[in-house]
Design a protein around this ligand. Structure first.
Ligand SMILES: [Zn+2]
Ligand SMILES: [Zn+2]
Length: 321
C-alpha cells in the first residue's frame, strides 16, 4: 500500500504527448496515456520479433489461443502488426474438456477471431486422445498416481497444437508466454537442475525435436512484456477474456516463485526485466551434449519425434488411460 502511494506520487498526471496518464510504468518512470501505452505494447512485441528473428515474409502462423488475457492480447497484437507483411494468421484453440471452464474461453476466442477475420480451428482431447482432461485426471486419481495436472495436460496440449498446425500447413506456432511466465520457468528449471530445459528458453535455440517433425518454429513474441501490462492492455482494449484461472492449476512451486518475483519487483522496479536478460543470457550460453541435440529420436510407440525412446505424450497416455 505504501509503495502504491509512492508510485502514484511519482506518476505525472500527463503523458509526454500531453494526454491523460492511465498507466505508470514504475521500472522506467514513464507516465503513459492510453494511446502511448498501447503503442508501447505493439512496439515491444515488434522489437522482440525482430531481435530474435521470429517471423519471416510469407509465414503461416498458428497463434495458440486459450481465451485468457495473454493469448487474446497476442492474437489482437499480431493481427495488427503483421498487416501487409505477407503473414497468414490462424487461431489454434485446444478444448481440453474441462467441464464448466473451457466452453466460455473457447467462445471468447471464437468471437475475437471472427472479428479479426482470422480462421480458427478448435481441436479437442476427446477427439484426439479419446478422453477429456476431466476423465484423464479422474483416472489418475483412481490409480493414485502422483503426476500433477499440468504435467498430464502439458504434453497433450502441445501435441494437439502440433497436430492442428500440421493440418493447416502452419510453419510457426506463436504462444503468449510473457516475461513473467518465462522467468518463472527459468527458476523452476534452475531449482530442479534441468539445464536442457533452460536451454529451451533461448529464443534463438532451434529446438531439434519439434522443428524436425514438420519444420515448425515456436515463437514467444511477448517474452519481454510484463504480465501485469498484458492484463492492462486487454482491459484497455476491451478484449473479452476468461479471467478465472484453470480449476486444475497447480498451487506448486510456480506460484511461490511468482509471488516472490512480484514482491521483488514491487520493491525494486525493473528487477524482473534485468533478471530475464540474465536468464536468456544463461540459456544462450548453455551448450548441450552435441550427440544428444543432433540425434533425432522417434517414439517407439507413436513415431513422433521425441527426446527419449517413449515420447511424453505416450508416457502420459500410459498413466491416464
Ligand atoms: Zn501519450
Ligand atoms: Zn509417442
Amino acid at each position: 500500500m505504501e509503495n502504491a502511494r509512492i508510485e502514484r506520487a511519482k506518476a505525472s498526471p500527463t503523458c509526454r504527448c500531453g494526454g491523460k496518464t492511465v498507466y505508470f510504468r514504475a521500472y522506467n518512470g514513464e507516465s503513459l496515456c492510453s494511446k502511448c501505452f498501447n503503442d508501447s505494447i505493439f512496439e515491444k512485441t515488434k522489437k522482440a520479433i525482430s531481435k530474435y528473428d521470429m517471423l519471416h515474409y510469407g509465414d503461416r502462423v498458428g497463434v495458440a489461443v486459450s481465451g485468457g488475457k495473454d493469448s487474446t492480447s497476442l492474437l489482437y497484437v499480431l493481427s495488427e502488426i503483421t498487416k501487409g507483411h505477407g503473414t497468414k494468421l490462424y487461431a489454434l484453440t485446444v478444448d481440453e474438456g474441462i467441464d464448466g471452464y473451457r466452453e466460455e474461453a473457447v467462445k471468447n476466442a471464437e468471437r475475437l477471431a471472427k472479428k479479426l477475420s482470422i480462421p480458427m480451428l478448435v481441436s479437442s482431447y476427446k477427439e484426439l486422445f479419446g478422453f477429456t482432461l476431466d476423465e484423464a485426471l479422474q483416472e489418475r486419481s483412481e490409480k493414485a498416481i502422483k503426476t500433477s495436472s499440468c504435467a498430464v495436460c502439458g504434453p497433450l496440449r502441445r501435441r494437439s497444437i502440433d497436430r492442428t498446425a500440421e493440418k493447416l500447413g502452419v510453419n510457426v506456432v506463436a504462444t503468449a508466454h510473457n516475461l513473467d511466465d518465462v522467468l518463472q520457468t527459468f527458476y523452476i528449471n534452475l531449482y530442479s537442475g534441468d539445464l536442457e530445459r533452460i536451454k529451451w528458453l533461448d529464443p534463438s535455440f532451434k529446438s531439434g525435436a519439434a522443428n524436425e517433425e514438420f519444420k515448425l518454429r515456436r515463437i514467444k513474441p511477448m517474452i519481454e512484456i510484463y504480465e501485469q501490462e498484458l492484463a492492462f492492455f486487454a482491459y484497455l482494449n476491451n478484449l473479452t477474456f476468461q479471467s478465472e484461472s484453470c480449476p486444475y492449476m497447480n498451487e506448486g512451486i510456480r506460484t511461490e516463485i511468482r509471488l516472490h518475483l512480484n514482491e521483488l519487483e514491487r520493491k525494486h522496479p525493473g528487477i524482473k526485466y534485468s533478471t530475464l536478460k540474465t536468464a536468456l543470457g544463461i540459456a544462450s550460453s548453455v551448450v548441450l551434449d552435441p550427440d544428444r541435440s543432433k540425434k533425432i529420436m522417434r517414439c517407439e510407440s507413436c513415431g513422433a519425434v521425441s527426446t527419449g525412446p517413449i515420447c511424453s505424450v505416450c508416457q502420459t497416455l500410459k498413466v491416464v488411460s
